[in-house]
Design a protein around this ligand. Structure first.
Ligand SMILES: Cc1cc2nc3c(=O)[nH]c(=O)nc-3n(C[C@H](O)[C@H](O)[C@H](O)COP(=O)(O)O)c2cc1C
Length: 192
């Protein structure tokens, strides 16, 4: 069982990193093999909409995203974390997600069976925090996460989102959130 943790925040040691580490601890406790990707460390170009993937399902931009594609495909569980930046996910998370247009092409244009209903099934879980307390603050980010998981044939099994969390480490004031993240990591692995 492979669990891939995608760290979407550029702030190391920040709130989403703390939560993802808890979720990974939970996953590890269930015996999963863990891999972490810090997206802001990767040299990744945004999708250029060149349609270079249309006929092959493979992206033609030769940067570090090329090493990420196989990891996404091999993962049984993908945990995506990103704070809310302007009502969406961070730019780093969005670059990775947009580069998954190559999987969209592989699935819907190339009709590669590995991306079809008989292909590998995965599970996806999303964790986010935002500084404000607005009712709709996570809507954009959740929608983006859902469609990211959808293209990967990853069943969206849920999310944990926390409002009113701003300064680095603020989430530590909410031990119940850390426990929820740990339990979510355990649960998603058990269900996969
Ligand atoms: C560029 C930027 C945009 C942000 N936009 C929002 C926003 O739209 N809504 C919100 O509630 N918080 C917003 N925030 C606050 C972050 O979501 C918040 O500080 C969060 O705790 C950061 O998580 P991290 O420590 O994992 O990086 C923004 C922060 C930055 C730096």
């Amino acid at each position: 069982m492979k669990v891939l943790g995608l760290f979407g925040s550029p702030r190391r040691g920040g709130n989403t990193e703390i939560l993802l580490e808890e979720a990974l601890k939970g996953a590890e406790a269930e015996g999963a093999e863990i891999e972490r990707l810090y997206l802001s460390d990767l040299d990744m170009t945004p999708c250029t909409e060149c349609h270079g993937c249309d006929e092959t399902g493979a992206c033609v931009i030769l940067d570090e995203m090329q090493q990420v594609y196989p990891k996404l495909l091999e993962a049984d569980v993908i945990l995506l974390v990103s704070p809310v930046f302007f009502y969406g996910v961070t730019a780093w998370a969005k670059i990775l997600i947009d580069r998954c247009q190559a999987f969209w092409a592989k699935k819907y244009l190339v009709k590669d069976p590995s991306m079809g209903s008989r292909g590998k099934r995965r599970k996806g879980f999303f964790i986010s925090v935002g500084a404000t307390k607005g009712k709709r603050v996570f809507e954009g980010a959740i929608m983006t996460a859902k469609y990211f998981f959808d293209v990967l044939n990853a069943e969206y099994v849920g999310e944990l989102v926390y409002r009113g969390v701003e300064a680095k480490g603020d989430i530590l004031k909410h031990p119940e959130a850390l426990e929820e993240a740990r339990q979510a990591g355990r649960k998603v692995v058990r269900g996969a």
